[in-house]
Design a protein around this ligand. Structure first.
Ligand code: PHE
Length: 515
């Protein structure tokens, strides 16, 4: 029996082709060590097989890029007039259209830009490897800056409506935790028996770690920053305020903020392409010539030996046939396209939710966050409807800057999304000026978007629950006939470009393994 026949039988019997391939060592996956030592390569030659790829976002272009290297013939259909999908940068003159019919045209100054989608890359993601391979220059993106604020209103305690520097909150919380533990240890209040020597060493560690005084009390420290006159020369030793109270910090929601910041993917120092996230898409699309733009998919059909896709381009209907189809269309859009998917596949495609999320960009003619508040990049977190406010990690010390006025999810995003784009900007300014009153005198121009309203996306990214991951994910990862789904939604890195890159590798390996 040929490899392909075997795999087709496994699939027909309801088994996992992917698992079977793995068992047969057909994926040709490089060893982890090898994966790090050079670009990804498909092991077998494609022999001119025709692959129709739906969507020229990161997943589709990467699949084409990898398959082209191995000698396949790829045909990329893209509904938009540009490549990149969510990997997108808006500059002056660019437009944001929503399904409600609104169109905004960016009025930013030359050199300013806005990344409506992906805007930060962790150091361990495969995205960085593709930037290296494609020659996309990167710069640091300050994701966690100790100068940024936590700003919550309506919380109990002294910190309601106060701009709390992350630095202050972190120094104080660490101090209190160290103090509590140091006292417990020195008073033998812990269950664990500790030798006198261990106790002394642990207490000394905690004293240093938390910035405690000789009596093991946390009374504040210069770690939380100086107030008023900063530390300097002559008669300026610097003064720091007494700490916030432990209960006020708990009430502020410190644990929630800090646990997000500690996420493996949410690193303190992240990266962004210089000049806008779309530099990644541009570098990729140079490698995959012949993308058919303005090509909207109408039907996805199985044929006896392959696939057939019907699409509209320039007002006329066209058809293309191939051996395989790699479909990167988001499930939120795919579920509305007539297709020959099996009933289980159709149910799985319909069953996965998409993130409700939105963003705004506000251009100011003065970098007051830098000039007045010493915030050089970073992200303020708040509970007043905005989610987060992002300060730019480029153009430091220059005249203007584009701030992300809100980036939020769920109910907060719904509230903004229900408004007209201009009204969202107004609301971002009104609410945001409670944190930065300078908004009122320095605003120049802004725009906003609501991802559920963006044509060809209809949502932010796939959001699996434990249940939908269990029910649908395995099915979505198996080909349906010769149709392979691909994209961030076919990964455990949903909401990241890395998910799209990784999925493109998986799917091209699956096809390549069939010989
Ligand atoms: N990658 C996106 C971000 O960093 C979306 C995301 C958020 C994905 C949180 C996972 C977790 O904002």
């Amino acid at each position: 029996m040929k490899r392909r026949d075997f795999l087709v039988r496994v699939a027909a019997a309801g088994g996992s082709t992917y698992a079977a391939m793995k068992a047969l060592d057909l994926l040709g996956e490089p060893s982890p060590a090898a994966a790090q030592s050079g670009p990804f390569r498909l092991p077998r030659a494609g022999g001119g097989k025709r692959v129709i790829i739906l969507g020229a976002g990161i997943a589709g272009m990467t699949a084409a890029y990898e398959l082209n290297k191995a000698g396949y013939k790829c045909f990329l259909l893209e509904a938009r007039s540009r490549s990149g999908g969510r990997c997108w940068t808006v500059r002056t003159g660019d437009q944001i259209e929503e399904t409600t019919g609104t169109v905004q045209t960016a009025q930013f100054a030359q050199g300013e830009y806005f990344n409506p989608g992906p805007a930060r890359i962790p150091q361990h993601h495969v995205t960085i490897d593709y930037c290296r391979e494609l020659g996309v220059p990167l710069q640091v993106f300050a994701n966690l800056n100790y100068e940024q604020y936590y700003y919550n209103e309506g919380v109990p305690g002294a910190l309601a409506g106060k701009k709390v520097r992350a630095r202050e909150a972190k120094a104080d919380m660490r101090g209190y935790i160290a103090e509590l533990l140091a006292k417990a240890v020195s008073r033998d209040a812990l269950e664990q028996p500790l030798s006198e020597n261990d106790k002394a060493r642990l207490v000394e560690f905690l004293r240093t770690y938390g910035g405690l005084n000789a009596d093991l009390f946390y009374t504040g420290s210069a770690r939380r920053g100086y107030i008023a006159e900063r530390q300097g020369a002559g008669d300026r030793p610097g003064k720091f305020e007494s700490p916030y109270s432990l209960s006020a910090l708990i009430n502020l929601g410190f644990a929630g903020y800090e646990s997000f910041e500690q996420g493996y993917d949410q690193q303190m120092m992240m990266f962004q392409p210089i000049g806008g996230m779309d530099q990644i898409a541009r570098a990729l699309d140079k490698k995959v010539p012949g993308i058919r733009y303005g090509a909207e998919v109408n039907e996805i059909r199985k044929t006896t030996s392959g696939v057939r896709v019907v699409y509209t381009q320039n007002g006329g209907q066209q058809e293309i046939k191939g051996d395989y189809c790699i479909c990167t269309i988001p499930l939120s859009v795919l579920r509305k396209i007539p297709a020959d998917f099996s009933p289980e596949m159709q149910t799985a495609i319909a069953g996965v939710d998409y993130a409700v999320t939105g963003k705004s960009a506000l251009q100011f003619n003065r970098r007051f966050w830098e000039e007045d508040e010493n915030i050089m990049g970073g992200i303020t977190s708040t509970n007043i409807g905005l989610g987060t406010i992002w300060y730019p990690s480029y153009g430091y010390l220059s005249k203007r800057g584009v701030v992300v006025g809100y980036y939020n999810f769920g109910a907060q995003a719904e509230e903004f999304g229900a408004l007209a784009p201009e009204a969202r900007v107004q609301r971002a300014l009104e609410i945001g000026s409670r944190i930065h009153p300078q908004y009122n005198s320095h605003f120049e121009t802004g725009m906003s978007l609501h991802w559920p309203n963006i044509p060809y996306n209809l949502g932010g990214w796939a959001t699996y629950t434990t249940q939908t991951r269990q029910q649908y994910y395995a099915r979505l990862n198996q080909p349906d006939g010769n149709i392979y789904l691909c994209g961030e939604h076919l990964s455990y890195l949903t909401g990241w470009m890395a998910g799209a890159f990784e999925s493109a590798r998986v799917v091209t390996q699956q096809i390549n393994a069939l010989g």
